[in-house]
Design a protein around this ligand. Structure first.
Ligand SMILES: [Zn+2]
Length: 120
């Protein structure tokens, strides 16, 4: 009676569990994209995104171009974590700006100045 129904745990409470596509894939979240214009819905391949873009990519508060030919719309992402009854939009009110994955920072920081001859 006093216990909380897992269905009632909304997506904001799960933010810390599935911040990145890597986290979501590991915990078997089901993520779909839905076009605001044409309504096209597609299953998001989390493992593919983690492979191509890196496991630290986040889909929270993200929009992407619709994949349907000639559709000018944008998709929003919806997620269903294990135990949830349905999909909730992946939006969160974070005052923190979207942090780039660490490897991007490292790549930018590690860039050596070009054309500088080495001593010796
Ligand atoms: Zn569309």
């Amino acid at each position: 009676m006093g216990s909380r129904n897992p269905d009632r745990v909304g997506i904001p409470e799960r933010f810390h569990l599935g911040r990145t596509v890597g986290d979501m894939a590991r915990q078997r979240w089901e993520v779909i994209s839905r076009c605001d214009t044409c309504g096209l819905m597609m299953l998001v391949d989390l493992k593919l995104i983690a492979f191509v873009r890196g496991p630290n990519v986040s889909l929270w508060n993200r929009k992407a171009r619709c994949r349907r030919l000639l559709c000018p719309g944008h998709v929003t992402f919806w997620a269903k974590a294990p135990g949830m009854a349905g999909h909730d939009p992946l939006t969160i009110d974070t005052r923190v700006p979207d942090v780039r994955p660490g490897w991007v920072e490292r790549r930018l920081a590690g860039r050596t100045p070009a054309g500088k001859p080495e001593d010796g």
